[in-house]
Design a protein around this ligand. Structure first.
Ligand code: IPM
Ligand code: MN
Length: 354
């Protein structure tokens, strides 16, 4: 059956890195003879400023009913300071498709990218599962007496037993599937005994179903300290939406920066969305300097989701080789532009297929 992939470049460097991801997808499609259709959508700040469109129902319906995956670049533009379009599109996908697993691998692919002394790159190989449909991101809150000295603002941290349980269970399932021996759950139940008490109780209960996997609780502030001191003991980390967001930017630093961090927003077995972790980086846009390698790794994750096993490992190997041989952008030690980096990956894919 033909696989359908919606493609949304978005803002800033998003369309540039996605163009390289698309090159990689098109090349693999041709080399392997896959039946994949790509469906590009012009959505983002430009479109919003032109005609007020953010995430139209016909696009979200098409994605929900017809597509198998979405490849997204990045959203955010200084001309839209309240990020209205970005929230509509990004959260429209994450919440609308119930993509409860934000899967963010932290792997360091080369010595040059490792910021920590005495840690080998292959010793950092962590999978972070960020809860992606609840927490502080649900948009429940409000302001009262805004702009006065008596202003009040609230933002509700929403946690449900169902939501917490399914992400924790997925963390143990992934540990089991990938042969990892431990899961760390990061919360702040010392400061948030109600919301995060639910996380701790659920974690302890679910852990009993996976006796072969060590279940550790860690406070998220301490986790940040440990990850910088020595990330080696960590294999799988599960946390709430907000903490997962923060942990994975720290994690990106262990990978060589945001230009190397890939992610999937997944509902196992359903249409899911894949995006590099980095933002739209407006000052870099249009200069052919953005690092497309996070997007290449993200395409690897997308292909695994579509059932094309083995391609993610291949793309990861080629990205490692690009870094090793300097066929990459400046901030990861090379001297190529965005497009030439994508071209190099495609050339290597063609050589490997011969
Ligand atoms: C991310 C981003 C988003 C988030 C922003 C743009 C709302 O930081 O995907 O990590 O916080 O989820
Ligand atoms: Mn983030």
């Amino acid at each position: 059956m033909t696989k359908k992939v919606a493609v949304i470049g978005g803002d800033g460097i998003g369309p540039e890195v996605v163009a390289e991801g698309v090159k990689v997808l098109e090349a693999l499609k041709e080399l392997r003879g896959w039946a994949i259709e790509l469906h590009p959508f012009e959505l983002g700040a430009e479109r919003y400023l032109k005609d007020g469109t953010t995430f139209p129902a016909e696009v979200s319906d098409f994605i929900a009913k017809e597509c198998d995956a979405v490849l997204l670049g990045a959203l955010g533009d200084p001309r839209v300071p309240d990020m209205k379009h970005a929230r509509d599109i990004l959260f429209g996908l994450r919440f609308g498709l119930d993509l409860f697993v934000n899967l963010r691998p932290i792997q360091c692919l080369h010595e040059r990218l490792m910021p920590l002394k005495g840690v080998r790159p292959d010793e950092v190989d962590i999978i972070v599962l960020r809860e992606n449909t609840e927490g502080i991101y649900v948009g429940m809150g409000g302001t009262f007496k805004q702009g006065t000295p008596d202003e009040v603002a609230t933002q509700v941290d929403l946690n449900t037993r169902k939501g917490v349980e399914r992400i924790i269970r997925e963390a143990f399932e992934i540990a089991r599937r990938t042969g990892r021996k431990s899961v760390h759950m990061a919360d702040k139940h010392n400061a948030m005994p109600d919301a995060h008490g639910l996380w701790l109780r659920t974690f302890r209960e679910v852990a009993t179903e996976y006796p072969e996997i060590a279940a550790h609780h860690v406070f998220v502030d301490a986790l940040c300290l440990y990850l910088v001191q020595d990330p080696r003991p960590f294999e799988v980390i599960v946390s709430c939406n907000l903490f997962g967001d923060i942990i994975t930017d720290l994690g990106a630093a262990l990978q060589g920066g945001l230009g190397m961090a890939a992610s999937g927003n997944v509902h196992p077995g359903r249409v899911s969305m894949f995006e590099p972790v980095h933002g739209s980086a407006p000052p870099l846009a249009g200069k052919d300097v953005a690092n497309p390698l996070a997007t290449v790794l993200t395409v690897g994750m997308l292909l695994t989701h579509l059932g094309f096993e083995g391609e993610e490992a291949l793309l990861t190997r080629l990205v490692r080789e690009a870094i090793e041989t300097g066929h990459c952008t400046r901030e990861v030690g090379g001297d190529l532009g965005t497009r030439a980096t994508g071209d190099w990956i495609v050339r290597r894919l063609r050589e490997e297929a011969k």
